[in-house]
Write a protein that binds this ligand. Structure first.
Ligand code: HH2
Length: 261
């Protein structure tokens, strides 16, 4: 999954794709580099980010979604707001990626009434304050239990299991130690028949581990996401698609050897 932020304030690429034209050009480059899904976001969720209205978010993302879906590309809308989900689905999005796991009133109903896929992410607290003092007794169990419960809510609303995936939400109300625990035990986060996505691209956990600035975390990101794939992640959400694709080509070739295929 390639990241396209149509925001002025995203933590690593804010402002780069604020207008639809550059956003579409960037998304097409990511698709060419091998992204299977293009994740379009119109509101930053970085710690302390400003909340934007649904109208403003729709204004930012809709032309981008229409242009990409119109070219037959698989588009995901990265939003917490039911109104934005509805507009994005009508414009051709194939997936809803929600950092709030469809907890906003009305969100489950809108997605259930459509045919789109959904990624349910865990977040402790709200973006404005989530990094103040994240607390868990057993982070892997608590995040896993939350995600399994959200899958059950979606299934009860009529969504087939094969439309759902989950994400532990690296950096969303988590310390470095929490993030590392989740990555290291990703293979026991949820039952094996629930696909897991991992998103650590350019995040501060990589800065803490390498000492590098936000624009210089590509290699660390490849290592982290490959570690996630080796622990069963079925999708990775990244800015640097070409580098990730190369790493996956090597990993998939090795897997083929092990399987004898
Ligand atoms: N991380 C961000 C946004 N959406 N969705 C999922 N499923 N998993 C993630 O880890 C995730 C996400 C934050 O990253 P980014 O979009 O690069 O920044 P910002 O929120 O500042 O726009």
């Amino acid at each position: 999954m390639g990241i396209v932020n149509t925001t002025p304030d995203s933590f690593s690429d804010g402002g780069v794709c604020f207008d639809a034209g550059p956003a579409i050009t960037h998304a097409l480059k990511l698709a060419e580099a091998g992204a299977d899904i293009l994740d379009i976001g119109g509101e930053s969720t970085r710690p302390g980010a400003r909340v934007v209205s649904a109208d403003e978010e729709i204004r930012r993302v809709l032309p981008v979604i229409e242009a990409l879906a119109g070219r037959g590309l698989c588009v995901s809308i990265d939003t917490r707001k039911p109104e934005v989900m509805q507009a994005a689905i009508a414009a051709g999005a194939s997936m809803v990626n929600d950092v709030a796991a469809l907890r906003e009133p009305g969100a489950v109903g809108i997605v259930a009434a459509s045919q789109v896929a959904v990624c349910l992410m865990h977040m402790q607290g709200e973006p404005g304050s989530m990094q103040a003092a994240p607390t868990y007794v057993d982070v892997v169990r608590e995040v896993g239990d939350f995600l399994v419960a959200r899958v059950a809510v979606c299934e009860a609303a009529g969504m087939a299991r094969n439309r759902l995936m989950v994400d532990p939400g690296f950096g969303f109300g988590k310390t470095l130690a929490h993030n590392l625990s989740l990555l290291s035990h990703l293979d026991r986060l949820v039952p094996a028949d629930v696909p897991v996505m991992a998103g650590m691209s350019r995040k501060s956990m990589l800065g803490a581990l390498t000492g590098r600035g936000v624009d210089d975390r590509e290699f660390a990101g490849v290592a982290a996401h490959l570690a996630a794939v080796m622990r069963g992640a079925r999708a990775v959400r990244v800015h640097d698609v070409a580098a990730m694709r190369d790493a996956l080509a090597v990993w998939n070739a090795l897997e083929g050897e092990v399987d004898g295929t």
